[in-house]
Design a protein around this ligand. Structure first.
Ligand code: NAI
Ligand code: MG
Length: 368
């Protein structure tokens, strides 16, 4: 049996990562205090800055804290001047972190709010009622397939190789995750692939359909080709409930979908693993954006992506769906009362990262 106490590893990372994560962290701490929850927060270093300062990108203490935690709250990784040293890519990159936590499904909800219609490049009538979630497979496909690399052929021509591979069990587990989520929402899954030209896409479609027919006949399943889906996401995004797709397509479609909300700074994500025998599962919560070196250190970043990632943590790792709803409501209330960071201000007066945290925390305190 497990105790009720929970441990969370908090890893800000690089650039604006620590600034936005500090605001997510305080929201979590506020809930823990108001609900008398025994939560231990363990802070850890990770990233390019840690590598430059101390020669370790992913220090052992952070590895242990992440591995032992019930969930990880993460910020961002990425520097300005040089790419990741190649020897670290395999062992210490964010792909390596995701693999070590075995998080195979990435959830990226996209919801519009009338308060932010003016910040989006799309028309209000297109934005109305958008409430979708992208369910992206995170440990397979072309980002992980072997063989890979750049090789020189006899005669001097060079060739870059990547391999797109999916096994039936990889497709089945992410499909089950998507159908389970659909049951808690509007009950509709749209599976996105490119089965007209890719064999792995044909397998994707067949396996998703088979899981549906055998175990989820109550959920409405449709299939869409990825190029058509890219178009529909900006033409009529409100048609979607759950979008189920692979690693590469999910990466691309979710950045497009991000612009529906007006700013990359608004979007949270959850990456979840297989439920293990002791009932625990890898769980990594992070905003969708990167380290934003152009605004780092200036107290300008929008912390809402991190704060909404905490809401996802409450829902998926801490068994506190009511509190998750309250955090989301506190964010809407803050926006409705006019709180804007620079990225969503559109010519209005704007507030700092910390002040946005203050605004959400004070709305939340009155709801708790
Ligand atoms: P980015 O997401 O860091 O920034 C893109 C643009 O959005 C920038 O103009 C930035 O100022 C703005 N932006 C991002 N988050 C914001 C926020 N919270 N508030 C206000 N504005 C925000 O992507 P970019 O510039 O392509 O990459 C920068 C670094 O981040 C690179 O080293 C990249 O590899 C890394 N990266 C890391 C990710 C992660 O840790 N999951 C994801 C994407 C990029
Ligand atoms: Mg991306």
């Amino acid at each position: 049996t497990r105790s009720d106490s929970r441990s969370i590893a908090v890893v800000g990372g690089d650039g604006i990562g620590p600034e936005v994560t500090a605001q997510g962290r305080r929201i979590l701490a506020l809930i823990a205090e108001k609900r008398s929850l025994p939560i231990t927060l363990t802070d850890g270093d990770y990233g390019i800055e840690a590598y430059e300062k101390r020669g370790r990108m992913w220090p052992e203490s952070t590895r242990i804290a992440m591995a032992e935690a019930d969930a990880v709250l993460f910020g961002a990784i990425g520097g300005t001047s040089y790419p990741l040293p190649p020897k670290l890519h395999k062992t210490d990159s964010l792909l390596a972190v995701r693999r070590s936590l075995d998080v195979f499904v990435n959830l990226r909800p996209v919801k519009t709010s009338p308060a932010l219609y003016e910040a989006s490049s799309l028309k209000p009538r297109v934005l109305e009622g958008v409430d979708l979630i992208i369910v992206r497979e995170l440990l397979g496909g072309i980002y992980f397939g072997e063989p890979r690399g750049v090789e020189t052929l006899p005669g001097g021509e060079r060739r870059g190789v990547n391999t797109h591979i999916y096994t039936s069990s990889q497709i089945q587990r992410v499909a089950r995750a998507a159908f389970d989520i659909a049951r808690t929402r509007k009950g509709r899954v749209c599976s996105v692939a490119k089965e007209n030209v890719m064999e792995a896409g044909q397998l994707w479609r067949e396996e998703v359909q088979a899981i549906h027919d055998a175990r989820y006949p109550d959920v409405e399943l449709s299939h869409m080709l990825v190029d058509h889906c890219a178009m529909q996401l900006v033409r009529a995004p409100a048609q979607f409930d759950v979008l189920l797709t692979d690693n590469l397509f999910g990466d691309i479609l979710s950045d497009s979908a991000a612009m529906v909300t007006g700013s990359l700074g608004m979007l949270p994500s959850a990456s979840l693993g297989v439920v293990r025998e002791d009932g625990r599962r890898g769980a990594l919560y992070e905003p969708v954006h990167g380290s934003a070196p152009d605004i780092a250190g200036k107290d300008l970043a929008n912390p809402i992506g991190s704060i909404l990632s905490v809401a996802m943590m409450l829902r998926f790792s801490l068994g506190m769906p009511k509190e998750a709803d309250l955090v989301e409501r506190a964010v809407s209330d803050a926006l409705e009362s006019g709180a804007r960071t620079a990225d969503i201000a559109i010519g209005r007066k704007y507030i700092s990262t910390v002040e946005m945290g203050d605004a959400v925390a004070s709305k939340l305190a009155s709801l708790l």
